[in-house]
Design a protein. Structure first.
Ligand code: SF4
Length: 363
């Protein structure tokens, strides 16, 4: 049995499901923060295994989806700077900004390229020394260390044509914003596995200590998720909020210190603009003054026109867990993966894309 098979064992999964059913005596609403979890939950049909008392809501854990229209419009405006090559991850290309997308800008002649890593963008800068190469940095604590590493390498090589447009975001402050808004009552949080590998499970302590909400850090296999749900149901039933790490094969209490050091060396914490949440204090990463020459926000002066929201799109409510995707009137009708209206239908981690891909689930 392979390592993956061990976490997909049907007999073990049935055992955990029975435990959840036996424990679940009252309605509990749990939020999975991470878009990767949303896709895994729907892909493996986990909602169909759970008792009706367990209500799962998706959160703001898709980095492409939470990139604000203002930031995206700004990035699109950067492609109009003479000679600029803008590089980013594939999902970002199709996300609609206020009026257009990077894909449309590319179709109109802008040099927009898909890369798989910021190191690819760095290589493009080395090979095009006469042109500015901008990397549109999107992601949470998981991708920020790679971008920090690219900046440090560019600094060491004295590259003067490599820039980063940082829209990097931090996950715990977004969770705080959702809880403080009070729009959706939550009984537990399924903590993001990859993010927590970097920041450490202790970074979620505040949920239990300050909000009396349990948190279970989960991996991405069915048994990981079911065990996290069981832990949350148990803690909610016993009114015993704590942080449970059900992904111990990857997540340590203190996280990854080397990755944390890289982030801290290059970035400082700032207020960030989240699609769906607005301006969230201390939830973003901007490049420190010491590396400001690599900051595309400082290096290029562009003036994007004010952002407008796609008409009828309910991504903001989906990202806050207020609505499930099928509750959006456009879901599966005007808005499909082939013709997406909002980012939640574009991204590989978007909740609307997940619900659409894996079929109809209760709204
Ligand atoms: S279904 Fe489409 S329009 Fe509706 S919230 Fe999702 S992405 Fe936005």
């Amino acid at each position: 049995m392979s390592l993956t098979d061990r976490f997909r064992d049907p007999q073990a999964a049935r055992w955990v499901v029975e435990k959840i059913r036996a424990r679940s005596n009252r309605p509990v609403r749990l939020m999975e923060f991470c878009g990767g979890h949303t896709h895994a939950i729907l892909r493996f049909g986990i909602p169909s295994l759970l008792p009706e008392t367990v209500d799962l809501r998706s959160g703001p854990g898709c980095p492409v989806c939470v990139t604000s229209a203002e930031d995206l419009d700004h990035a699109i405006a950067l492609t109009e700077v003479p000679q600029v090559m803008l590089t980013t991850f594939g999902d970002m290309i199709r996300v609609p900004g206020s009026r257009t997308s990077l894909a449309q800008a590319k179709a109109n002649g802008a040099d927009v390229r898909v890369v798989y890593s910021p190191l690819d963008a760095l290589q493009a800068a080395r090979e095009n020394r006469h042109r500015p190469v901008i990397f549109l940095g999107v992601g949470f604590e998981t991708t920020a260390p790679m971008v920090a590493s690219a900046v440090l390498t560019a600094d060491a090589e004295e590259l003067d044509n490599f820039f980063v447009f940082s829209t990097h975001k931090l996950t715990p402050p977004a969770t705080v914003a959702i809880l403080d808004a009070g729009e959706v009552a939550l009984d537990g949080i399924i903590g993001p596995g990859h993010v927590t590998t970097v920041i450490g499970s202790q970074a979620w302590r505040f949920l239990a200590d300050e909000y009396a909400i349990p948190c279970a850090i989960a991996g991405f296999e069915p048994l990981d998720l079911l065990r996290a749900i069981l832990a949350l149901v148990r803690m909610a039933e016993e009114d015993d909020p704590a942080i449970s790490n059900t992904y111990a094969r990857s997540v340590k209490a203190g996280g990854n210190p080397a990755a944390q050091r890289a982030i801290d060396q290059v970035f400082e914490v700032t207020t960030a603009n989240w699609r769906g949440l607005g301006m969230v204090p201390r939830s973003g990463l901007q490049i420190r003054d010491a590396y400001q020459r690599f900051d595309a926000r400082c290096a290029f002066s562009v003036a994007p026109t004010p952002a407008v929201r796609p008409s009828g799109c309910r991504c903001g409510e989906v990202l806050r867990g207020v609505l499930t995707p099928p509750q959006c009137p456009l879901f599966g009708k005007a808005c499909t993966p082939r013709n997406p209206i909002g980012p939640c239908m574009v991204s590989a981690e978007g909740a609307c894309a997940a619900y659409h891909q894996y079929g109809a689930y209760p709204s």
